[in-house]
Design a protein around this ligand. Structure first.
Ligand code: HEC
Length: 162
């Protein structure tokens, strides 16, 4: 009897450990895990200036909207998601040129859709900001100047070094 109890004890322990290990797995991040893969393998043919299949994958919204044949993906439904159909299988149709995505990458897309296909793109992701004034190697060409409306300031490029 003792042996049986102990056996079940160990089995339960192992099960709860496994369940915890599953729960601890970090959800897939659209911005950190998938966008870099798409920048490498997809955006070359699917951006606003080159819309192959009428598909733009440079933003979450455009990717969701999809291309000629509808939505790029359906949250929670990997088997109904066009992206999965295109990138998986023995001879994936996408990317049209270059290496197929690795099995690990395809699994990341699939898990992201299963997990609800959330958008975690930071709000400032596409804005282009200087954190400090640029450093010029040569004196820059000044092609335009304008006084401030009160005529007191003449803005010009912030030249720190040449
Ligand atoms: C070299 C160019 C090229 C690259 C790189 C590429 N595609 Fe495509 N893609 C196309 C073309 C062209 C089509 C139009 C259908 C066709 O000719 O197969 C298309 C169509 C699609 C479609 C179907 C759109 C629709 O609604 O009909 C999806 C989804 C897609 N691509 C996803 C991807 C993904 C994801 C990647 C990256 C893993 C990728 N593509 C990389 C050229 C490319």
């Amino acid at each position: 009897m003792n042996f049986v109890k102990r056996f079940f004890g160990i089995a339960l322990c192992a099960l709860s450990f496994l369940a915890n290990a599953g729960a601890a797995e970090k959800p897939v991040s659209f911005y950190n895990d998938l966008v870099p893969v798409m920048k490498r393998s997809c955006t070359g043919c699917h951006h606003p200036g080159k819309l192959k299949g009428e598909l733009d994958v440079t933003t979450y919204a455009a990717f969701l909207k999809g291309g000629k044949h509808g939505a790029g993906f359906k949250a929670g439904e990997p088997t109904n998601s066009m992206i999965i159909e295109e990138i998986s299988g023995d001879e994936p149709s996408m990317p049209k040129e270059g290496d197929a995505l690795s099995k690990t990458e395809v699994a990341l897309f699939t898990r992201w859709i299963v997990e609800g296909a959330r958008d975690d793109t930071p709000t400032n992701a596409n804005s282009f900001k200087f954190t400090e004034p640029p450093t010029y190697a040569k004196a820059p060409v000044i092609s335009a100047l304008a006084f401030s409306p009160d005529g007191k300031q003449l803005p010009c490029p912030a030249i720190t070094k040449f």
